[in-house]
Design a protein around this ligand. Structure first.
Ligand code: GLY
Length: 336
């Protein structure tokens, strides 16, 4: 079904559910019925939308391509995230990601669909597309989270190709880091910028994904928030979704994405919910706020979105029927 027809059908379903009796009583009065459909479409129309952390127009553009063709949010998420994972110049996701202290590129990712299913991989090496392996974990295993060698073997058994993910640029950066071996987070981008993506399709279903190489020069074995349900990502299709970027340890300690979705469930806007989740981190870290960045993005069932960061410099890429934009996010530092 073409997207426009699909939108129409979806809207009509909404109308039928919302005002079934009124609609039936108008069945022979074409003009009135058409007017009523037009009015109802204005208030019920589901508009697909995709948003992602940071300035990633190609990734969000790919997701939009799928959504605008009537595709599912889950496919949009997987395909959108894959664009950044394949970008060797990006040093925070997929191939080209900065390695851990021992020079190993280790990737974390998760994906969540509108049915509440979740799949994730942590500490995955040698496979460029952890988001796709996460989806396979979700769809083809009885588990939700696979780690390290087991996750790699699982991926290879499904035909994923093994490759060296350490690019020359990232190897050089690591060699330079080794001169001091000092870990110092840099605000915006404290050595990484995770891609978190949320999408709503024409059926009104929301899915999300999150993919990262984690903190650069992390201790071997370190895993951050990105693959952990409720922290790096959470979706509840009755309410909306949220995803995080920045210092994973702080996101994990406050289970930020779950918190945002629950706040939206209680009636908060996506914007206010992101601000509250950042506020929880800020209030516990007043003395060391200068040490790290955290940012969230969120979306509700009406397609309303929000974002909030601790520090300036975080931005959100957004694709709608009208355009693909990248805008700077509001942040705690300038608001306080
Ligand atoms: N937010 C990504 C990480 O901390 O690994």
């Amino acid at each position: 079904m073409k997207r426009r027809d699909f939108l129409h059908a979806t809207s009509l379903t909404g109308i039928a559910v919302a005002s079934g009796t009124a609609l039936l009583s108008c069945e022979n009065r074409e003009t009135e019925a058409e007017a009523s459909v037009a009015n109802a479409e204005a208030s019920f129309k589901i508009t697909p939308i995709a948003i992602a952390t940071w300035n990633v127009p190609d990734a969000v553009g790919k997701a939009w391509e799928i959504l605008s063709d009537g595709g599912k949010a889950l496919d949009a998420i997987e395909q959108g995230c894959r664009v950044e994972e394949a970008n060797a110049e990006g040093q925070s996701v997929g191939i080209g990601g900065l390695p851990d202290r021992d020079g190993n590129v280790t990737l974390d990712a998760c994906i969540m669909n509108s049915e509440g299913d979740y799949g994730a991989v942590v500490y995955l090496q040698n496979i460029k597309h952890p988001i796709s392996v996460a989806r396979k974990v979700m769809e083809e295993t009885p588990h939700v989270l696979m780690a390290g060698k087991g996750a790699e073997q699982f991926a290879v058994s499904l035909g994923f190709e093994k490759e060296n993910l350490l690019t020359e640029a990232s190897r050089k950066a690591w060699e330079e880091w080794k001169v001091t071996s000092e870990y110092k987070p840099v605000i915006n981008i404290e050595n990484h910028d995770t891609i978190g993506m949320l999408a709503m399709d024409a059926a009104g279903n929301i899915s999300g994904g999150c993919t990262t190489s984690g903190l650069a020069y992390k201790m071997a074995g370190r895993v951050g928030d990105s693959p952990i349900i409720g922290s790096g990502l959470f979706i509840d299709n009755e309410v909306g979704g949220a995803t995080a970027t920045g210092m994973g340890e702080e996101v994990l300690k406050t289970v930020g994405s779950f918190l945002i979705v629950e706040l939206m469930r209680q009636g908060m806007s996506p914007q206010k919910a992101c601000e509250e989740a950042i506020g929880r981190i800020v209030s516990k870290n007043k003395e060391r706020l200068g040490d790290f960045q955290v940012a969230y993005i969120a979306m509700n069932k009406k397609g309303e979105t929000g974002s909030y960061a601790i520090h300036p410099g975080f931005s959100v890429t957004r694709a709608t029927e009208e355009e693909i934009t990248n805008t700077n996010s509001k942040h705690y530092i300038s608001d306080n």
